[in-house]
Design a protein around this ligand. Structure first.
Ligand code: GLN
Length: 308
């Protein structure tokens, strides 16, 4: 088994690296087992290869952002979404309190300001908080190809410590980017971040992006192909926050990280990749996850600018 052997070998190489720390945003996240380590590849024809802790559940956190963005684009169309959320790399931290001069729009959907706004734009116009949360949960499940659930404990803990996201929400409300109850939108966004996934799920979700929006196992067209192009483009330029430039040059795969330690990459027409390791670097990206992707990219020539 060439691929599992390769994965196990590379995991063994990054395993001793104990640098970084699990997210301390709230007590539930801080309590994560820092030693967990897993990696999985899912091909666009539905084969999955993994090694390590690929069936351990953890919260999706910011990796939900590109998928919720896809759902909002599919539900509302490009015009209404782009009117409220830009597509410019911010070069700032994920939770930076900043909006575009003049318009008040969040710069992109991968930082919290943009993702909170995107959450308000899922499901058809006029939907309430419960319908938006249901749409996100059903949509993320369709990307994964199985029914997903939420971690109520992580969600409750995060809501108790959500002052910064609430502050971002109120700022968005003051610019009429959000036009409804800020608490309900931030609560819904926090629920979105609390969806439980495994490394295996994330690889399949990434493979759905790599496969023009069609889940390789279920065959379901989850979102239109044009939406996937938009989402992958934004992941490529903005998915790793203020480390996006380093990532794009060194790894060269559209990607997204989350504070629980997950990391995904999607290579159009080829594979979805996911890794899990909770210790984070100063940007909030998984330390060993970044090392794994650097290895995968160079060993297998996955950089999108490389001639295959
Ligand atoms: N739920 C986290 C937040 O909103 C997600 C951040 C992340 O994964 N980078 O702060």
């Amino acid at each position: 088994p060439i691929i599992p052997d390769y994965l196990a070998e590379v995991l063994g190489q990054v395993e001793p690296d104990a640098s970084g720390k699990p997210a301390a945003d709230n007590p539930q996240l801080a309590a994560a087992d820092p030693e967990r380590l897993g990696a999985a590849f899912a091909t666009v024809d539905g084969q999955l290869h993994g090694a390590g802790d690929i069936d351990v559940p953890f919260t999706i956190q910011s990796i939900s952002k590109p998928f919720a963005y896809a759902l909002a684009l599919a539900d509302r169309g490009f015009g209404p979404v782009l009117a409220k959320v830009g597509v410019e790399p911010s070069g700032e931290a994920f939770n930076e309190i900043s909006l575009e001069d003049g318009t008040g729009r969040p710069l992109n959907p991968m930082i919290n300001a943009g993702a909170i706004t995107v959450h308000s734009l899922v499901a058809e116009a006029g939907s309430g908080p419960a319908e938006r949360v249901r749409r996100v949960l059903d949509g993320l499940s369709a990307f994964a190809g199985r029914q997903l659930d939420m971690d109520e404990k992580v969600c409750a803990s995060e809501m108790e410590h959500a002052h910064r996201n609430l502050a971002i929400g109120h700022m968005l409300r003051s610019h009429d980017i959000l036009t409804e109850d800020v608490g309900a939108v931030v609560d819904g966004y926090t629920r979105q971040c609390s969806v439980l996934v495994t490394t295996r799920d994330l690889a399949m979700m990434a493979a759905t992006l790599a496969n023009r929006g069609v889940n390789p196992l279920s065959g379901e067209q989850v979102v239109p192909e044009g939406v996937v192009r938009q989402v992958l483009s934004v992941m490529f330029s903005c998915g790793m926050y203020d480390a996006a430039g380093d990532w794009t040059t060194q790894v060269g795969i559209p990607a997204k990280s989350g504070v629980a330690g997950g990391l995904i990459g999607a290579l159009p027409g080829r594979i979805g990749i996911a890794t899990f390791s909770p210790r984070l670097d100063g940007h909030g990206n998984s330390v060993r996850g970044v090392s794994l992707f650097e290895r995968f990219s160079s060993d297998m020539g996955l950089h999108v600018m490389d001639v295959p």
